[in-house]
Ligand binder design. Sequence first.
Ligand code: MEV
Length: 322
Amino acid sequence: MTKGKASAPAKIILFGEHFVVYGSPAILASINRRINVEAKKGKDGKVTIRSDIAAGEFDGSTFKLIEGSNARAALEPIYFAAKQILAAKKQQAGLEIDINSDIPYSVGLGSSAASLVATIAAVEALVGKPDRKKICESAIEAERIIHKNSSGADCYVSTFGGLIHYSKGEGFKKIENKSTLFMVIGDTGIKHNTGELVSSVRKLKETNQMGFAGLMAQSKDICNQALAALNSGNADQLGMLMNENQLLLVRLGVSHEKADELIGIARESGALGAKITGAGGGGAIIALAANKQDSEKIAAEIKEAGYSAFEIEIDSRGLVIS
Ligand code: MEV
């Protein structure tokens, strides 16, 4: 094979972000926005990586910037993951990796997990035999370079796709949702650093163990109720639980005034519920609507206020290797 190609989806977290890092469950879904990666063999053991936001060349411990600010930090986990595969296959060859994405980055939609999953799969397709479980494990290992306490949830949902229930202890289970979920993403445009937000929550946990345990119990309870609401197709209940989940995220200090503004717009435009999705600190919000007409209205109102917004659908394919 001269080229390895793969694509992996973005994700949303409907319930349980942050608490999932400490073993509580989360409900996530992969969505219809993707990262496409092409890998081919390069010269002299060098690994060149080009994405929409950064490009650079790794030659052993030397990094040559081609384009983008903070490129080394953005590309290093991808380089690490690709190099691990070459080393395992005892390959001396270099690599050229091209990444194209329609996922807004650093706003909580899982662009870094998707880029790792798709890159590892593309390189495996080029030099070996891709195996989903191993790809997911390698992506989690590489993600921990960026944020060392990753729960692994983002990589799971990007690899296996669909609507899932995930916890560190129990792994992931697919959820059969009974009805279409009409959902909208609103993007505050404020980029966040997941590792820093996870660390800030850890500090809060360390300074108030009892208080944190109480919030975690509530998050678990919300996830359990949400699972029942998904199983019975009760969108009103789901929306209400999203609003409750948002209150917990506010208590963790990971919401943001712009996210609060977008959540307010979504609710005033008829959303059944709205919350931040992912790490927070700006980033993206997710709103649930009763029907297509309402989701169109919510997206239009968020855009009217000067932000980016788009309707989404659940993507059940997960990682696609071609
Ligand atoms: C980030 O998308 C989700 C967090 O819960 C972190 C994690 O699960 O690793 C904030």
